[in-house]
Design a binder for this molecule. Structure first.
Ligand code: ZN
Ligand code: ZN
Ligand code: FE
Length: 759
């Protein structure tokens, strides 16, 4: 008699809405197994019965052959007694019980759907909302869990008979594809004029025609409205800048495919993989000389941010337009992007000449993600569409559920439970009512989506951050304050699934220190639970406070005064350009009135940028430093020295770097060489400090975090020097080094302290 076994199988991870049950169904059929499969609160649950060999094979293939969008976190199996039943079936979802199954991120249109889109014989030929189990909207349309059509913004569309058949056929690519639809039953495209009235004609063709004429078209995407213009049209790009009140911050571009992207940028293998990834981020790539892009698209930038189409609507629009388009966030200035139709029409009416829109609602505003190639992989600068809400899993589990409220700029929040940290989509700068509302509503949505009630709430020490005020206003939770730079290093540790201790280098623009001063050039000896400030940049006054952030020439004045005092040499262009206010600003710095001290590395980069003539004022955060990096002549090997003084903490004389740069400039050195020597000097002194701290602590690993490490010239130079010196170097991979990664770090610290408290 042939022996038969029966197993109860549970699959956890992102396994709902990604075609997992049909995959299990066909796998079981192939292996001749009986039983059933269904969704439940935790993921996918199945019972299979057959020979021991085929059951074992089934369990192995569950992980290795899973569908493209699935992320299998865990497969567990327990044996049961066989019941002799035959056949295999898919059973309905169980809407009761706790909901822990994971919602998938939005995913770019798959090749099968693209083939249908282009096939005149297909019933979805040219249909802008084509999708299937392997692609399409997810996070942005989910209103609740379990992930089923009634819990999405597709709930109001009733499937036609043809779509129903596909939806219920386990052999079909659209089996239980919740957003599946067709021209007969799904969303419809419309083109509206600025007043909201329908424009005659075929919407796509008319939108493309208007783009070619230089008009600004608002386009409803997956996570919000974009503003589009012809990327080669100077007048249109300039008009868009003026209407958006966006002076210099680069616009992103969309190109039809990799070949079209190659005409604009240098695309290597890594760049190509990032561009074509189903996450479809904006990829920052070196601009090609003579790229046919209007000057107003990315002024002063040697890079372009470029992405490939990620919805059928984008594919059709770019194809119809026949050339790359600007596709920038649909907002005015720094407001959050518009995503609700009525709000978009109202807010963008003064910017867009027409609206290419449709009737599938966006539930959660989700910006485009931004990445840069780094060391053969990706450096994530903004983690949002295509990534959120996929969790970062960590080995060190959270004893109680944690909500981490993040920082002020580039805010994200993080909801963490057990071994998973759900980092939110990019919320933005928490400086206005609308963004604050996205923050609070986003937290409420995540709590429902992941059925998690936070018991511990982590927040930044800065008393004026709105995220901090939100946290301090909560009742019935344990509050954990986390120092900003400790959160950066903890974020880098959690990103690498490590717990420390390490030497942490946290370089950024601004963070509230435990002594009430502004930190930002910090060397920490840290593990997840605690840290010691073991070194930092010598504090320098910021003359005028926040004015010194907007006007980097003020930092040049403060740093040159720290370097030279009364002996400032003549002939420095930055002093000449700002001669009118220079003495007053120097006096302000010396008196220390309205001139708070800061150890910020960002302000040191600003000072050098102004000294070199990169710019005296900025229009967006980090602009001077971003441009300084691009000015640097990477082939220049020199490095400026900086003294290290003090014992505990060590102090780095940043003014030495400024003095060396000024001396070089006066001696006639070119700004490209000076910028490079400054970067390499910074990298060298970081490495020296780490060496001294290794002697003291015995630690051989260094974690690099903070917004300054978005600078790849600095990051790659430091990492190379440290590794050459025998250090193990941790850099970010899954979350940004900037303040977008702070929430993960806060959660990791709160979890570690909770483990200590519980232990
Ligand atoms: Zn598809
Ligand atoms: Zn249909
Ligand atoms: Fe920071």
């Amino acid at each position: 008699m042939v022996s038969t076994v029966r197993a109860a199988v549970r699959v956890e991870g992102i396994v709902q809405g990604v075609g997992f049950r049909p995959f299990v169904y066909s796998l079981a059929a192939r292996l001749g197994l009986a039983g059933w499969v269904g969704n439940d609160a935790d993921g996918v649950f199945a019972e299979v019965e057959g020979t021991p060999e085929s059951v074992e094979r089934f369990l192995g293939l569950l992980e290795t052959d899973a569908p493209p969008l699935a992320r299998v976190a865990r497969v567990t199996a327990t044996t049961m007694s066989p019941n002799g039943a035959s056949g295999f079936s898919i059973v309905a979802s169980d809407p009761t019980g706790r909901r822990r199954a994971l919602v998938a991120p939005d995913s770019a249109t798959c090749d099968d759907c693209l083939a249908e889109l282009a096939d005149p014989a297909d019933r979805r030929f040219g249909y802008p909302f084509i999708n299937c189990t392997n692609c399409g909207p997810r996070f942005t349309i989910v209103t609740g869990v379990p992930y089923d059509r009634p819990q999405t913004t597709m709930a109001s569309f009733t499937m036609c008979a043809a779509c129903e058949v596909e939806y219920h056929d386990p052999a079909d690519r659209r089996f239980h594809a919740q957003p599946a639809c067709c021209p007969a039953c799904g969303p419809r495209l419309r083109l509206l004029d600025a007043a909201g009235a329908d424009v005659a004609g075929e919407p796509l063709a008319e939108a493309a025609r208007r783009l070619a004429q230089g008009q600004v078209i608002a386009v409803k995407g997956l996570g919000g409205y974009h503003l589009a213009v012809d990327a080669g049209c100077e007048a249109a790009a300039s008009a868009l800048r003026a209407r958006k009140h966006r002076e210099d911050k680069p616009f992103a571009l969309m190109a039809a495919d990799v070949a079209a992207a190659r005409e604009l940028c240098e695309v290597d293998e890594v760049g190509q993989a990032l561009l074509a990834s189903p996450r479809r981020p904006v990829v920052l790539l070196p601009r090609r000389a003579g790229a046919p892009v209007a000057g107003a698209v990315a002024p002063g930038n040697r890079q372009l941010g470029i992405m490939l189409p990620y919805t059928p609507l984008h594919h059709l629009l770019v194809r119809e337009t026949g050339r790359p388009i600007v596709l920038t966030s649909g907002n005015v200035s720094d407001e959050p992007i518009a995503y609700a139709d009525a709000d978009a029409l109202a807010r963008l009416a003064g910017i867009a000449d027409a609206f290419l829109t449709h009737d599938r609602a966006i539930h959660i505003r989700t910006d485009d993600s931004v990445v840069r190639p780094l060391r053969g992989g990706a450096a994530v600068l903004r983690r949002s569409r295509g990534y959120a809400p996929e969790p970062v899993t960590v080995t060190a589990a959270f004893p109680r559920p944690v909500l981490a409220c993040g920082a002020e700029l580039k805010n994200t929040f993080c909801l963490a439970a057990q071994s998973r940290a759900f980092i939110s989509h990019h919320i933005g700068d928490l400086e206005n009512y609308q963004t604050l509302r996205s923050f609070t509503e986003g937290i409420a949505h995540f709590r429902r989506l992941f059925d998690t009630e936070p018991e511990v709430v982590a927040y930044d020490l800065h008393p004026e951050y709105l995220s901090t005020k939100y946290a301090l206003d909560l009742d019935g939770v344990d509050l954990v304050g986390v120092q900003h730079h400790h959160a950066h290093i903890a974020s880098c540790l959690a990103d690498n699934d490590e717990q420390g201790p390490v030497i942490g280098v946290a370089f950024d623009g601004t963070g509230f220190g435990t002594d009430g001063t502004i930190w930002g050039g910090e060397f920490l000896l840290a593990d997840l639970a605690s840290f010691e400030r073991a070194g930092h940049l010598d504090p320098v006054p910021m003359p005028g406070g926040v004015a010194a952030i907007r006007q980097p020439w003020r930092m040049a004045a403060a740093y040159l005064d720290a370097a030279y005092g009364d002996g400032l040499p003549d002939g420095l262009a930055v002093a000449q350009r700002n001669a009118g206010r220079w003495p007053e600003v120097v006096a302000m710095a010396r008196r220390g009135i309205n001139a708070p001290l800061t150890s910020s590395a960002g302000r040191l980069f600003d000072a050098v940028a102004a000294l070199l003539g990169v710019r005296d004022e900025i229009n967006y955060e980090g602009q001077a430093a971003i441009e300084l990096e691009q000015w640097a002549d990477a082939s220049e090997p020199g490095a400026y020295p900086a003294a290290i003084t003090g014992g505990s903490p060590l102090r780095v004389r940043g003014a030495d770097l400024v003095r060396a740069a000024a001396g070089d400039l006066l001696a006639g050195a070119g700004p490209g060489a000076v910028a490079a020597r400054f970067h390499r000097g910074m990298a060298a002194v970081i490495t020296q400090v780490c060496g001294l701290l290794r002697e003291r602590s015995g630690l051989g690993a260094v974690a690099l975090s903070g917004g300054v490490f978005q600078n790849l010239l600095l990051l790659e130079t430091v990492a190379g020097l440290l590794e050459g010196d025998g250090f193990r170097v941790l850099v970010h991979a899954r979350v940004p080094p900037n303040d977008g990664g702070i929430s993960l770090g806060q959660a990791a610290v709160a979890g570690a302290r909770d483990r200590l408290g519980a232990g």
